[in-house]
Ligand binder design. Structure first.
Ligand code: PMP
Length: 437
């Protein structure tokens, strides 16, 4: 048997850092990443033959659980008919129609392969549509790794950003303005100062890349109103939340309040999707208002293309996943999120560890702090060192958590009583480890 340690050493020779995406390297928790060889339902199995209850779910896509037979069958069937045509297929229209039926503001949809591509395309489209250059984003929000989105906040309320990575030219970063999340005053200020130059605001529909930080009630709605007053577009990034937190994503949850006293509904101009839309295969998308979407090539002057866009095998996984994701799946996801979140909070409370559960629908995370967190400064201010020992105690007991305190936890509909019991059993020792840190 080859061990995880041996595989990691070998990988580090062949691949920078031994990983193809940085968070997988266990950088913030230390130790050797597990090299996975298979996954089924709520479980993943590593190269040493050890099984773990999985709370990563492929970083979101596996809402049905891993290797759901309906999805696997659809993929095998599509694969047997050819892997990639580079031509139109009936299935890609079917997937676009499924999304348009679920998500009201999406009148047309363009398929791409990754969330990064989706947000990059959405921004180009917003700039092409408005004829403006500036982009507003929120500190702590992640939208993929394109240059203008790897921008960091400078000091001050509404500042031109600094490069957030080596290799990003300062001139590109300076086209992005970074402001604090959940702060409508900051939104008003940035529009008062630069309103006629802002093409779009990009926002995670509910933030989940600094840990989970839901929007304050009415935040998305006010954001759309303010942007619209200034002729700018709103790009609501549902790569993580789309088709996971409800049949119509985060937009769907807020839309459900339309017309009530607590109406938080809103209509973004563009939405981006990834993860669940591909059911674990590389599919992502940008969709929105017809007159904006029709600016894309070949109809309009905004160029965008992709050899693998709408890949038939990937699209088959997406269609099978969305078709299977009915109300009972979302009920199971909500239930499982509730069970895991309350078990963790009970265990931490029993050890006197100060923490808050941060929730956005069935997405949740824990922050080691006293009061609910509403922005990135708050997320960074927590006692984050308590996470690594907690994480490793869970891993030792056979539960795989996201290897960073700044990531959401993902349940699947396949987390049954046995899987949840394994999580619950692992918690007391992990909570003790967090308390001792
Ligand atoms: N937007 C959001 C909200 C995300 O969470 C992510 C990935 N976690 C992305 C965009 C980028 O997607 P991808 O990793 O597929 O490029």
């Amino acid at each position: 048997m080859t061990t995880n340690d041996e595989l990691f050493l070998r990988a580090q020779h062949a691949i920078p850092g031994g990983v193809n995406s940085p968070v997988r390297a266990f950088g913030s928790v230390g130790g050797t990443p597990r090299f996975l060889v298979s996954a089924k339902g709520p479980y993943v199995t590593d190269a040493e033959g050890r099984e773990y209850v999985d709370l990563i779910a492929g970083w979101g896509p596996a809402i049905l659980g891993h290797a759901d037979p309906r999805v696997i069958e659809a993929v095998q069937d599509a694969a047997s008919r050819g892997l990639s045509f580079g031509a139109s297929t009936p299935a890609e229209t079917e997937l676009a129609e499924l999304v348009e039926q679920r998500v009201g503001p999406v009148e047309q949809l363009r398929l791409v392969s990754t969330g990064t591509e989706a947000t990059m395309t959405a921004i180009r489209l917003a700039r092409g549509f408005t004829g403006r250059d500036l982009l507003v984003k929120f500190a702590g929000h992640y939208h993929g790794h394109s240059d203008g989105l790897l921008a960091e906040a400078g000091s001050g309320l509404a500042t031109f950003a600094l490069p957030g990575s080596a290799g990003v030219p300062a001139e590109i970063a300076a086209l992005t303005l970074v402001i604090p999340y959940n702060d409508l005053d900051a939104v008003e200020v940035v529009f008062a100062e630069h309103g006629d130059r802002i093409a779009a605001v990009i926002v995670e529909a509910a933030a989940a890349n600094m840990g989970v930080v839901p929007p304050l009630p009415g935040f998305n709605q006010a954001l759309v109103r303010i942007a619209r007053d200034h002729g700018a577009l709103v790009i609501s990034d549902e790569v993580l939340t789309g088709f996971r937190v409800s049949e119509a994503g985060w937009w769907g949850l807020e839309q459900a309040s339309a017309g009530t006293d607590a109406d938080t509904s809103y209509t973004p101009d563009l939405q981006t999707f990834g993860k669940v839309i591909g059911g674990g295969m590389p599919v992502a998308a940008v969709g929105g208002r017809l007159e904006i979407m029709q600016r894309l090539a070949p109809l309009g002057p905004v160029y965008q293309a992709g050899t693998l866009s709408g890949n038939p095998v990937a699209v088959a996984a997406g269609i099978a996943t969305l078709n299977a994701a009915d109300a009972s799946v979302y009920a199971a996801l909500d239930r499982n999120a509730g069970l895991v979140a309350s078990a963790v909070t009970d265990a931490l409370a029993a050890e006197g560890v100060a923490h808050v559960v941060q929730r956005a629908g069935n997405l949740f995370s824990f922050m080691f702090t006293e009061a609910p967190v509403v922005d990135y400064d708050g997320a960074k201010a927590q006692e984050s060192w308590r996470y690594a020992p907690f994480f490793h105690a869970m891993l030792d007991a056979g539960v795989s958590l996201p290897p960073s305190v700044f990531e959401a936890w993902f349940v699947t509909a396949a987390h049954d009583d046995a899987a949840i019991a394994r999580i619950v059993d692992a918690l007391p020792a992990a909570a003790k480890a967090a308390a001792a840190a």
